[in-house]
Design a protein around this ligand. Structure first.
Ligand SMILES: Cc1cc2nc3c(=O)[nH]c(=O)nc-3n(C[C@H](O)[C@H](O)[C@H](O)COP(=O)(O)OP(=O)(O)OC[C@H]3O[C@@H](n4cnc5c(N)ncnc54)[C@H](O)[C@@H]3O)c2cc1C
Length: 386
């Protein structure tokens, strides 16, 4: 496969780099320290980044997107996460909500929700995980009871990216129709017409990106908000996982590269025993291993995205890329911190933020262990779980 960047990719990246350096990078550390972004700060971020393709860039032009291929969107994500991982999370999950709507939505649903998401006016989230259903998505308990032309939602979603600030939430719930309990189904919740409670979960990394617990108690939504068919929600949710995994991989490459850049510059400046620490072979070994891991993770992530673009089977490549790149980013960012000595622990040196952020990515879209089971299944044709 050929990974030479096209001139369009180069132009998009150049434009993104300029805006990120001018408008995002200077305040990233300070804003991250303040914790989860509120709605208006997140909207401001989305509005700045939307014209560059970060919000819904992968949607077809007919749906209001830019028709970017997955690799190009991944390159943009890598660039943003190199500077501020939380910002990348807010954009990519809003994009994921818009893409799900563009794939499964009726014309009316597309008209109602997609333009607002793509402009940054609305923020999107996708609610699947529940307190008792993490890796085992089939264990979800949230119900959507059909009654008088409406669905009544009851249940809890947790660890939902953008949850507290989202206007448009796509949830997975079991439809109850009379006495029948039907399969998991996707339902759009417009928070303005169907309010629900949300609280942010204080957490180790990705501090500016809200991860929230959402409580639905008799929340009613119109029947017209059913997304796709009753009972096909799990299938459609799982179908999007290869892309989510490839994006998690390429985002982790961005985080690793950002930490490596900071460590390289520090190793050239910091002097001990009369010489820059970068001249010592053991420090060079750390940096060489970091660069090697980052490079290997990058090619795996690009390969998975390219398979998706070509319509080839991508489950194995995406699972390999996700598990390798997210674990590599943990190691690279930890070693970047080590290169800084005690200063690596100080917030003002930024590198500790990269370490905390990288640590988060081995968990969503299937933990590292789940990715290994997916790889095993692809190799053997035998399932370790249902
Ligand atoms: C940064 C971040 C963003 C997220 N964003 C979203 C979001 O937007 N929407 C959403 O719905 N969810 C989101 N999540 C939730 C995420 O999808 C779940 O955390 C993930 O699926 C794992 O579930 P769990 O945390 O309940 O862990 P568990 O499933 O309880 O796993 C605990 C441990 O057991 C291991 N384990 C579980 N089953 C097996 C098995 N069969 N074999 C071997 N080991 C196993 C796991 O690997 C893990 O080490 C997010 C999580 C994070 C950290």
């Amino acid at each position: 496969m050929d990974f030479d960047l096209t001139s369009i990719q180069q132009q998009l990246l150049e434009a993104a780099r300029k805006v990120i350096a001018r408008e995002i990078a200077p305040s990233a550390n300070e804003m991250d320290r303040r914790g989860p972004l509120g709605r208006s700060d997140a909207q401001d971020l989305l509005r700045r980044l939307a014209p560059l393709g970060y919000v819904g860039g992968i949607l077809p032009e007919s749906a209001g997107g830019m028709g970017l291929d997955f690799l190009t969107y991944g390159l943009l994500l890598e660039e943003l996460k190199r500077v501020w991982a939380s910002a990348g999370g807010i954009c990519s999950i809003t994009t994921s909500a818009a893409r799900t709507l563009s794939e499964l939505g009726t014309d009316d649903q597309k008209k109602r929700f997609i333009p607002r998401l793509l402009s940054g006016e609305s923020i999107g989230c996708v609610g699947i995980t529940e307190p008792e259903a993490g890796s085992d998505v089939q264990g979800i308990r949230m119900t959507a009871t059909r009654k008088g032309g409406r669905y009544i939602l009851n249940g809890t979603k947790t660890w939902i990216t953008n949850g507290s600030i989202a206007d448009v939430c796509i949830v997975l719930a079991r439809v109850v129709d009379g006495k029948k309990l039907l399969g998991p189904t996707r339902i759009i919740v417009d928070r303005n017409e169907s309010p629900f409670e949300a609280r942010n979960i204080p957490k180790m990394g990705l501090r500016a990106c809200p991860l929230s617990e959402l409580s639905f108690r008799d929340v009613t939504v119109p029947e017209g908000n059913l997304l796709g068919d009753v009972g096909d929600g799990l299938k459609t949710a799982l179908r999007g996982l290869d892309l989510a995994r490839a994006n998690a991989a390429v985002g982790s490459v961005g985080v690793a590269q950002g930490a490596l850049d900071i460590a390289l510059s520090y190793a050239g400046e910091r002097r001990q025993f009369g010489k820059p620490i970068g001249s010592y072979q053991l420090v060079q070994e750390l940096l060489a291993d970091m660069a090697t891991l980052t490079s290997a993770a990058r090619w795996m992530a690009y390969h998975a995205l390219r398979c998706l673009d070509l319509g080839r089977p991508a489950s194995k490549a995406a699972a390999m890329a996700k598990s390798f790149a997210t674990e590599a980013a943990v190691k690279v960012t930890s070693d970047a911190l080590q290169v800084h000595g005690a200063y690596g622990l100080a917030e003002e040196y930024r590198v500790e933020r990269y370490y905390r952020d990288a640590r988060c990515y081995t968990i969503p879209d299937g933990t590292t262990q789940i990715q290994k089971l997916v790889i095993g299944r692809e190799l053997l044709g035998l399932k370790a779980f249902r």
